[in-house]
Design a protein around this ligand. Structure first.
Ligand code: FES
Ligand code: FES
Length: 895
């Protein structure tokens, strides 16, 4: 038997020639800091050092390491930490942390080479981008990764350990943070799902016995719904649990089933045809997925088209008439265009995963989820178990972006297999499953009609959106246009086009990015025709007080003041500057609670919220530390466990606004309790009275629930109230059915992008990004900045690269690997300036609201407007691919 030396210890290697190095490291040696994401050498998450050189362990047979020295993230730095680890912590060069071990290992190797050759010179962004180009971070922590690597190489972290703004940062840079895919119980089995290869079929017979008969297989179950239908390629049919993944895959291949193939409607155009096969008959509509964070509005169905959902229109007929008259008289100010946005995959680096185990009648499930409390409640209902018999745990979550908010098939399969096998079972999606059936932002076709008056006022607006939702409903795109740019009349209609494609899912600001891509370009076009500065026009049309301040900030930027008129340049490379506005709702979750306790002199905070990379632990710890004059690291924050007091879901940017207010109430209660039970007051003149009191305090605890907001300042009200009767109804439904309250005031952003267009090859590069945000006071400023920059780079991906491709005949997703689905890398990250305007939310206890959704919304139209400014041609379809630029410049349609 051959051996390797790993992190200084000799370890045997399996004789199996097919065993991969990453599997040996993770599964046999339990060194789970090394992550498996793409499995194809694209993302860098599995990087380790082999005899000192970085390699992708997902590509290497384990035998490659025979006789060699291997270093994983657990072996980098040791107790004192490597300078690169300290720099990542200090600069907050991480969010969910799932990509971080790979970056740390690669950056440590780069650091060693750089210091040997250049001593403490500072590497350029280009040097760092070249070194780290084989790594992907879906949270978009690139801006701070640049800073961290530059400073580590320059010797600024050669000294002692530094405090980090993110309290769990040390666990993430050392590989100690445990994600669902890292959980391993004794006797744990591996689950796998048999999926449909047909886009539309009725399963007429299913026999799992051949799978069950394979040695090492412990359970095989059906996953079919009552109607036995599959409505997209990848729909689940059955699942197995086996001793290892290889056996599980062999077992699902052994399952036999018969089916009746049905005609399929694939995609927006095919599904809209009058003769298109029907995807959901009336009785089966309950099986449709949901692309919204709320419940959506009721709407009628016509074949595969659900809609219009037009409750947010205002004088819709009047808007239609005004636009028709303007068209008739060929009004040069009338802007009419059809915009198309592609599907965007969440592509979280940690896949959807669940590990279920039963202990008697108690169910414990580790899930990569955005909602431990809600998912636990749903599981207890689904499996008819008392609430205290179901526990959902998510210690760390490797990204979600909206796709992990409900009970997914990975969870159902893991639970049902665990019950059938009477053993713990893990089900973790592979990358193909993650990029094909785990949800996506629906593609959309958006028709806009926008009519300014001759005096430059906004007279009428029409937005009609058809969303390519796959086997799902509830898109809300056009309706969002009611909440900005008041006009005399607005006609806003949303349609879901349901087809035999996997169901879409909520994705960061659902509906916001496609709506902004269309509307913000139409406003830009209106400014051109009115010969008004585009920011000035927005200032005129948009009375929101938060955004008024952001417009002033944007107008003061040098890059804006110095921009050249549209299409004023010639030559191969042309630069342009564009602006766009975005907003989201301020949401909070009633019932959100926190418990604060002193336990054996330790300060502990407990709530059933989860941290998907947004920094929830640090927000809570920072709020407490400030109140008690402690360091955030002095506080133990227990989250990610449904057995803790009810916490909010991580969706709709609601966590900060839901959890900071009860924390502030609990702080006052705890202070009173500590003082009441103190045996003696702190020493006179003590400079840390609370620290002393806590250390001497008996065990005690207090809890508090999210209070209502204060009365907002005049002029600030709920946007749904402003939207009229239907807005109030919608807000009521959201509260009753989705446990979310729409608060007063609107989180907003104004973004300015500077791009360079290569007019020969069609490449667009974002050179500089400026993001102004009005989200009130910041609970954790460094983390807020990081999240804003990450949202911007995700918006850049949406604008320039990301598109799911499907086979229009078969319904297969063609872009189901990370080689085929391009997300932005570190070299795509422009210099990013984030400006926070902290006013506007004084009515919210704590003074601030969430950032996650709003910051990604206007990035794509700001880039499109910048491209138009550079080349004088408006791109109405994203991603803005090179062939589309070249075709647009030649005045013809792209393929
Ligand atoms: S998992 Fe190995 S490179 Fe992505
Ligand atoms: S921090 Fe990089 S993927 Fe989340």
């Amino acid at each position: 038997m051959s051996t390797m030396t790993i992190n200084g210890q000799s370890r045997p290697l399996p004789d199996d020639a097919d065993a991969l190095l990453v599997d040996v490291i993770r599964e046999q040696l339990a060194l789970t800091g090394t992550k498996l994401v793409c499995g194809s050498g694209v993302c860098g998450a599995c990087t380790v050092l082999l005899d000192g050189s970085p390699v992708a362990s997902c590509l290497l047979p384990a035998q490659t390491a025979a006789g060699k020295t291997l270093t994983t993230v657990e072996g980098i730095g040791g107790e004192k930490l490597h300078p690169v680890q300290k720099a990542f912590m200090a600069h907050d060069a991480l969010q969910c942390g799932f990509c971080t071990p790979g970056f740390i290992v690669e950056a440590a190797a780069f650091h060693a080479g750089w210091r040997a050759a250049k001593r403490t010179a500072t590497p350029s962004r280009e040097d760092i981008a070249a070194a780290l180009s084989g790594h992907l971070c879906r949270c978009g922590a690139y801006d701070n990764i640049y800073r961290a690597v530059a400073d580590a190489c320059a010797g600024r972290f050669d000294g002692e350990y530094v405090n980090a703004p993110r309290i769990e940062a040390r666990d993430k840079v050392t590989g100690a943070a445990r994600y669902t895919v890292d959980i391993r119980h004794d006797g744990q089995l591996e689950g796998a799902i048999l999926r449909s290869a047909a886009a539309h079929a009725k399963i007429t017979g299913l026999d799992v016995a051949p799978a069950r008969a394979i040695p090492g297989v412990a359970a095989a179950i059906s996953l079919l719904a009552e109607d036995n239908m599959v409505r997209y390629v990848g729909a689940p049919i059955a699942a197995v649990a086996a001793k290892d993944r290889r056996t599980a895959l062999a077992a699902i291949a052994a399952i036999r089933f018969s089916s009746e193939t049905l005609p399929a409607a694939i995609g927006l155009d095919a599904a809209r045809r009058a003769d298109a096969p029907i995807v959901f008959e009336k009785a089966s509509r309950k099986y449709a997925g949901n692309v919204s964070e709320g419940g959506g509005s009721p709407a009628s169905w016509n074949g595969n088209v659900r809609g219009p959902s037009a409750a947010f229109s205002k004088k819709g007929k009047r808007a239609k008439a005004l636009l028709a008259e303007a068209r008739e008289r060929r009004d040069p100010l009338l802007v009419e265009a059809t915009f198309r946005a592609a599907t965007q995959a969440h592509a979280s680096l940690e896949p959807h995963a669940a590990v279920a185990r039963f202990d008697g009648d108690r169910l414990t499930v580790h899930i990569s989820t955005q909602a431990v409390h809600e998912v636990s409640a749903k599981l207890s209902k689904r499996y008819k178990l008392a609430h205290d018999k179901v526990r959902v745990i998510a210690e760390h979550v490797g990204g979600g972006f909206g796709s992990k908010g409900s009970v997914g098939m990975e969870t159902i399969a893991a639970i049902e297999l665990a019950r059938a096998a009477n053993a713990p079972v893990r089900v973790a999606y592979d990358r193909e499953e993650e990029l094909s059936v785990a949800g996506y932002r629906p593609a959309a076709e958006i028709k806009v009609g926008l009519l300014p008056s001759a005096q430059g006022d906004l007279k009428a607006l029409s937005v009609t959106a058809h969303a390519d939702t796959g086997a799902a409903t509830n898109s809300t795109i056009a309706a969002l246009a009611r909440l900005i740019y008041p006009a005399e009349a607005k006609e806003l209609a949303d349609f879901d086009v349901i087809s035999n494609l996997p169901p879409g899912a909520p994705f960061r600001g659902p509906g916001g990015p496609p709506m902004a891509f269309a509307l913000e370009q139409a406003v830009d076009e209106a400014a051109l025709r009115l010969k008004i500065d585009p920011i000035s026009l927005r200032k005129r049309w948009d009375p929101d007080p938060n955004r008024q301040r952001l417009y002033d900030w944007a107008m003061s930027l040098d890059v804006w003041r110095n921009r050249t008129p549209a299409a004023a340049q010639s030559g191969r490379y042309r630069r342009g500057v564009g602006v766009a506005t975005g907003y989201w709702l301020y949401l909070w979750q009633p019932g959100s609670s926190i418990e604060l306790a002193i336990e054996g002199g330790r300060f502990v905070a407990k709530t059933a919220v989860q941290d998907i990379g947004t920094g929830t632990r640090s927000v809570i710890a920072g709020t407490l530390a400030k109140a008690f004059d402690l360091e955030p690291q002095d506080i133990e924050v227990r989250i990610g466990d449904s057995s803790l007091p009810q916490g909010p879901g991580s969706g709709g940017s609601r966590v900060t606004a839901s959890i900071v207010p009860p924390t502030l109430v609990a702080i006052e209660k705890l202070k009173a309790e500590i003082l009441r039970s103190a045996a003696r007051p702190p020493a006179a003149g003590s400079n840390a009275p609370w620290r002393e009191l806590i250390a001497a305090s008996p065990d005690l605890s207090v809890s508090a629930e999210r209070p209502k907001d204060h009365r907002p300042a005049s002029g600030i009200s709920s946007p749904l109230r402003q939207a009229g009767f239907m807005g109030i109804v919608f807000g009521w439904m959201l509260r009753i059915f989705n446990h979310m309250v729409v608060g007063a005031g609107v989180p907003s952003t104004v973004q300015v992008m500077e791009v360079e267009v290569d007019t020969w090859l069609g490449h667009v590069r974002v050179l500089n990004a400026f993001a102004g945000l009005a989200i009130g006071k910041l609970a954790a400023p460094v983390l807020a900045r990081s999240q804003a920059a990450g949202s911007v780079i995700q918006g850049i991906g949406y604008a320039l690269y990301e598109a799911r491709e499907t086979d229009a005949r078969t319904g297969h997703v063609l872009s189901s690997s990370m080689e085929d689905y391009r997300i932005p890398g570190i070299a795509d990250m422009p210099r990013c300036e984030v400006h926070f305007d902290e006013a506007g939310f004084d009515h919210v206890p704590g003074g601030g609201v969430g950032i996650g959704e709003v910051a990604t919304i206007p990035t794509s139209p700001a880039i499109a407007n910048a491209v138009c400014n550079a080349i004088g041609v408006r791109l109405t379809e994203i991603p803005i691919r090179p062939d589309r630029i070249v075709a647009a410049l030649k005045g013809r349609a792209a393929a």
